[in-house]
Design a protein around this ligand. Structure first.
Ligand SMILES: NC(=O)c1ccc[n+]([C@@H]2O[C@H](COP(=O)([O-])OP(=O)(O)OC[C@H]3O[C@@H](n4cnc5c(N)ncnc54)[C@H](OP(=O)(O)O)[C@@H]3O)[C@@H](O)[C@H]2O)c1
Length: 297
């Protein structure tokens, strides 16, 4: 949805989270399209392992507002890939980046948000992302907010792989639906949004094309890897105990509250924005699993 029109030619794009899965794909994709791209990294020495050697680097940590200020100097367009970890820290990281971009004269931000930013959401990160969206709306510079559905890769890593040994996927997600989208497709959507010459304020929702509950997710996984996996909806306390035995804070709370959000139907949306932006269908969860299995997942 566009709220006001403005066209300008991008001079320099900075991508944060550039050593990560999505950020590195965005750096590669924008460079391949001929854009001038720099990468924000925490460790310049480690960056060449994840990025093409010729990539221009800016160094900064989301915690360090003054380093962000220097890193954003001369940047026209910021692709702000969301931070991760403790919710308070993530909220601070997004605020630091938005404030530093504003102060440095950045002209447009593209930000990866989440679908469920509602005030009534039980999800641990919902207030974090609604805060960032509010800051973007208030900062005066136009922004493109990309609300992402659940990553297929995340569902595989966080829920399916830990359940493989027991052949039972016990989660407190009820029969809630989700439309998984692969990280590669999220990166493709970010590239398409960033490459648009129209820099008006915009809001996109990026999901897969089909909604499944965890019964369907487990059945699809079972079929592709040829191993049994059955979904059993359970109480939140049971899943919390399972997750707490395996994961450090904040992940048990984050994942169990996410299950609550899914159970409440807050992740079931299917959006056509991916296809409108890229001209193709998003990768199905099944095709994602085939691809992941071919890579040894
Ligand atoms: N929708 C979903 O299902 C879902 C699931 C999981 C995560 N997410 C969100 O999506 C984001 C991108 O996913 P991804 O798979 O590309 O993540 P990823 O591979 O873990 O990459 C995270 C990137 O953020 C950087 N980073 C982390 N903390 C930072 C800090 N304090 N200052 C500066 N940079 C920092 C990391 O840098 P280093 O290389 O230096 O560590 C890395 O480049 C995540 O960060 C998270 O917010 C969404």
């Amino acid at each position: 949805m566009f709220v006001k029109g403005e066209d300008w030619n991008i001079l320099m794009i900075l991508v944060t989270g550039a050593t990560g899965h999505i950020g590195s794909a965005v750096v590669r994709g924008l460079s391949a399209r001929g854009h001038k791209v720099a990468a924000l990294v925490r460790d310049a020495g480690a960056a060449p392992r994840r990025l093409p050697r010729e990539t221009a680097l800016r160094v900064g940590d989301y915690e360090d507002a003054s380093a962000l200020g220097s890193a954003f100097s001369g940047i026209d367009e910021l692709v702000l890939i969301s931070s991760d970890g403790d919710a308070e820290a993530v909220m601070r990281h997004h605020a630091n980046a938005i404030d530093a971009a504003s102060a440095a004269g950045v002209r447009h931000i593209t930000f990866t948000s989440i679908i469920d930013v509602g005030e009534a959401s039980p999800f641990y990160y919902a207030p974090v992302y609604s805060d960032a969206e509010r800051r973007l709306a208030a900062c005066g510079m136009p922004s493109a907010i990309i609300r992402c559905g659940l990553y297929s890769d995340f569902i595989l890593d966080a829920f399916l792989l830990p359940a493989r040994e027991s052949a039972e996927l016990a989660l407190s997600a009820g029969q809630g639906l989700m439309a998984p989208v692969s990280r590669d497709d999220v990166a493709a959507a970010i590239i398409a949004v960033t490459a648009r010459p129209d820099k008006s304020r915009a809001l996109y929702t990026i999901t897969g094309g089909h909604a499944l509950d965890f019964g369907g997710i487990a059945a699809t996984y079972s079929e592709i890897v040829d191993q049994p996996l059955l979904y059993r909806p359970c109480a939140i306390d049971e899943y919390l105990a399972f997750a707490s035995a395996r994961l450090d804070a904040p992940w048990p709370q984050a994942f169990s509250s996410l299950c609550g959000s899914i159970a409440a139907g807050r992740y079931g949306e299917i959006s056509g924005d991916f296809t409108a932006l890229t001209g193709r269908q998003p990768e199905s969860f099944r095709d994602f699993l085939v691809r992941a299995a071919s890579l040894g997942a």
